[in-house]
Design a protein. Structure first.
Length: 422
């Protein structure tokens, strides 16, 4: 074997696959392929086949699709003798960085539109650099380089074709931020905070005071739905009045934030919800006492309910029946009032707190509740209530309502001596 033949063999071994392509007709022929492959009518159908696309790493898929798109690919081939892309794909059952290159022969023409597509493993340096850059870009919706002094920006990276309307004119950051709000990109509930904290003068003062990075969490419209993102502005290390350069990053946090909120709500549920009835528990009740006692205006009414005959139920029919009795009344409370205003504060004791109604309204609701409770089958409850204008000690209102409940309970036991008192 002579040196030239040896060199060609070595080069050939470097390629994972080699394809000869007619870019006009789309016909193709594999000159080298490591695996069996499915035949398709043309090369573009082969490129776009789901089996082929499934071999590409998810973070690189959009760039790969743009590279192999029929119109783009043909245009690039006719304009340039070489077209190259680096991406990750499965080779030997795991992802590797590869370089795909379309080479146009010297005699290429419209009458002879033949090109060669080669794919080989990328070198280690390219792999390391591309991995870092690609993963960074995939994480961020937007990366901007900003000069707050002149209110200008340049786009480092942007996703979903989000080009501002003002891009064709002067590149003012403040104008772009206004457009983002006006076109509905920011959720209505987050607009005030977003506008205040992204105002250029606010950011300038924030960084001049050396307060660190500026982070804003808000909901952003993306592909037809609002998703949580974080806007982070990072000042240059030498940020001064004369040098107001910063970087702005916008990153999607919907999935991790949703998981965080789920964990938080689960913990809150454990901490503040009564595990048997689903009403708020004693811990939540204690927090309500603190919150109401801090108020300096408005009104507050308390309804104190105590189930009759829970001990009799437990002793004669078992605790399972007693639990069912408690849950049945709790369901009645939920239908009568908002769940977050009802508390189980003891075994068979329930408190309902109604804020900011008139005394007439409160008394009417209380009487309606008592009438409906008296009509319940297989459930008996003693009820007392109290009303006060804030500021007023909520503990005092609860105590007055409890005393009124005991008066009602005493009357109940006079009428039902067969029910053993607890």
């Amino acid at each position: 074997m002579d040196d030239k033949e040896f060199a060609l063999n070595v080069i050939w071994e470097n390629y994972i696959d080699v394809i000869k392509i007619n870019v006009v007709s789309g016909s193709y022929k594999f000159l080298k392929t490591p695996d069996t492959f499915t035949e398709f009518s043309d090369i573009f159908t082969f490129f776009e086949n789901s089996e082929n696309l499934s071999q590409i790493y998810a973070n690189d898929l959009s760039e790969y699709k743009a590279f192999i798109a029929r119109k783009t690919l043909i245009t690039n081939i006719f304009e340039s003798a070489r077209n190259t892309i680096n991406y990750r794909r499965i080779v030997d059952n795991q992802y590797h960085w590869v370089t795909s290159e379309i080479v146009r022969p010297a005699d290429f023409s419209l009458q002879n539109p033949i090109v060669i597509l080669t794919t080989k493993l990328a070198d280690e340096k390219i792999c390391n650099e591309n991995t870092a850059v690609r993963e960074l870009n995939f994480d961020f919706h937007k990366i901007l380089q900003v000069d707050l002094f002149f209110d200008t920006y340049s786009i480092v990276k942007i996703r979903d074709g989000e080009i501002p309307k003002s891009e064709g004119a002067k590149k003012f950051l403040s104008q772009w931020l206004i457009e983002i709000v006006e076109d509905g990109t920011v959720h209505n509930d987050d607009i005030d905070v977003f506008k205040r904290m992204t105002e250029v003068d606010y950011m300038r003062r924030y960084f001049l005071e050396k307060r660190g990075n500026l982070r804003i969490r808000y909901r952003r419209m993306s592909n037809g739905e609002f998703r949580w993102v974080v806007f982070e502005a990072v000042p240059s290390p030498d940020f001064t009045l004369q040098n107001q350069n910063i970087m702005i990053y916008v990153r999607d946090i919907e999935d991790e934030y949703a998981e965080q909120m789920h964990r938080q709500k689960s913990l809150e549920k454990i901490s503040f919800e009564d595990s048997l009835t689903g009403l708020q528990n004693r811990t939540a009740y204690n927090q309500a006492l603190i919150a109401v006692n801090k108020r300096t205006s408005g009104s507050c009414g308390v309804i104190f309910s105590d189930l009759n005959g829970l001990k009799y139920m437990n002793d004669n029919f078992g605790h399972a029946a007693g639990d069912k009795y408690l849950c049945s009344f709790a369901d009645f409370l939920k239908k009568s009032f908002r769940t977050n205003s009802c508390y189980r504060i003891g075994g068979d004791e329930f408190v309902t707190i109604i804020q900011d109604s008139t005394e007439v309204e409160f008394n009417a609701r209380t009487q309606s509740f008592i009438s409906c409770a008296e009509a319940l089958k297989d459930t008996s409850v003693s009820v007392g209530s109290a009303f006060g204008i804030l500021p007023h000690s909520l503990e005092d209102l609860v105590e007055r309502a409890e005393q009124a409940m005991y008066a009602a309970k005493a009357k109940y036991h006079e009428e039902h001596p067969e029910v053993v008192r607890k």
